[in-house]
Design a protein around this ligand. Structure first.
Ligand code: FAD
Length: 317
């Protein structure tokens, strides 16, 4: 059985989450793993570990157009008859695969953390309810349509050697109606929240937009990205692009430092992937401490400047 993987990329270089989808494909399929690559920079796909053939879609316009991408995938599925089609469980991956499922009238299992083939489809474990439960489910249909929960699988090694085959998907007028028209820079220009090795987040306990200066100061010293809770974005203190959680960005840093954040399940859904968690909160009974590897119980307006000062002193000596 062959696998077909939708590979998201940055100027042709496969994204980490797509390498994770490729890794599931290699474990799942006993035949070839092929990839489909679409969008700006797709001409020169790179780093496709273990891929036999990369099918590069030639589309009018290079912007993300979910129906056009779904049409491209469906055309290839018809031609190659893979046993499984996998994409990363990213916003784009889930968007495109939902449209593929609707076009083929097949079920889709989104955000899988494990998947094995069965006689008539797949047996999967997948993340539900913002990460608060894992569901074991049977998916009946062929091909099995899956997306992978971010960071649930190791990345396939980046490698070359894939044969490149270009194809022009057959599109209908409506397929380009929905497409990205403009990218607006979120500003900041610093470390990307989703990929940062260290994230320092502030919650309602920070108190105001201006008071985030202490969070930014520590983040700057650590080369970290600044995150926040939804209470903060709702108050208008930080943009939604900084929000960590179920309805924000999912992060998987080596170190996560939530400050003045209570630890609601919807927030924890976004930082489950953190390798170490250092919580700073004034309330010893705050739920965040149940998930913490290290805890500082105290006023963040005293604790954060003290940590920043200690880092500066340590670097001077
Ligand atoms: P609070 O819960 O008010 O906690 C503030 C904390 O700061 C308290 O623990 C307090 O002890 C501490 N504190 C106060 N002052 C200080 C001080 N000076 N020093 C140290 N500590 C101090 N939330 C998210 O974060 N991300 C999401 O993606 C998200 N999605 C949601 C989706 C849905 C459908 C729903 C219903 C909710 C969602 N929420 C999300 C909201 C979530 O339920 C919580 O309301 C939110 O996370 C609370 O934010 P907080 O921890 O900053 O505020």
């Amino acid at each position: 059985m062959d696998a077909l993987v939708l590979v998201e990329h940055d100027g042709g270089a496969a994204d980490e989450v797509s390498l994770q989808a490729l890794s599931l494909a290699a474990a799942y399929a006993d035949g070839a793993v092929n990839a489909v690559v679409i969008g700006a920079g797709a001409d020169e796909p790179a780093g496709l570990g273990g891929v036999a053939t990369a099918f590069v879609a030639e589309l009018d316009g290079e912007a993300f157009a979910p129906d056009a991408w779904a049409a491209a995938l469906c055309g290839l599925i018809g031609r190659l008859a893979p046993g499984v089609v996998i994409a990363a469980g990213s916003d784009r991956g889930n968007d495109v695969m939902a449209r593929v499922a609707a076009r083929l009238d097949l079920p889709l299992a989104a955000n899988c953390t494990a998947a094995q083939p069965t006689g008539d489809g797949a047996s999967v474990t997948r993340v539900r309810w913002g990460g608060s439960l894992l569901e074991e489910a049977s998916l009946v249909g062929s091909p099995a349509l899956l997306t992978t929960a971010p960071h649930a699988f190791a990345e396939a090694p980046r490698g070359g050697g894939a044969a490149i085959e270009r194809f022009t998907p057959a599109l209908e007028d409506g397929d380009l109606l929905v497409s990205v028209r403009e990218h607006v820079d979120a500003g900041g220009g610093g470390v990307s929240l989703a990929d940062a090795a260290v994230v320092v987040s502030g919650g309602r306990g920070v108190g105001s937009a201006e008071a985030f200066a202490v969070v930014e100061e520590l983040a700057g010293l650590l080369g970290a990205a600044v995150g926040c809770s939804r209470a903060v974005t709702m108050a208008g203190w930080r943009p939604h692009s900084d929000q960590v959680g179920q309805t924000g960005t999912k992060i998987a840093p080596d170190l996560y430092i939530p400050c003045g954040i209570s630890g609601a399940t919807q927030h924890m859904a976004g930082c489950k992937g953190a390798k170490h968690l250092l919580a700073i909160n004034g309330d010893a009974a705050a739920p965040i401490f149940a998930s913490a590897d290290y805890a500082v119980i105290g006023d963040l307006h005293e604790v954060l400047p003290a940590i920043s000062e200690a880092i500066r002193k340590a670097r001077q000596s």
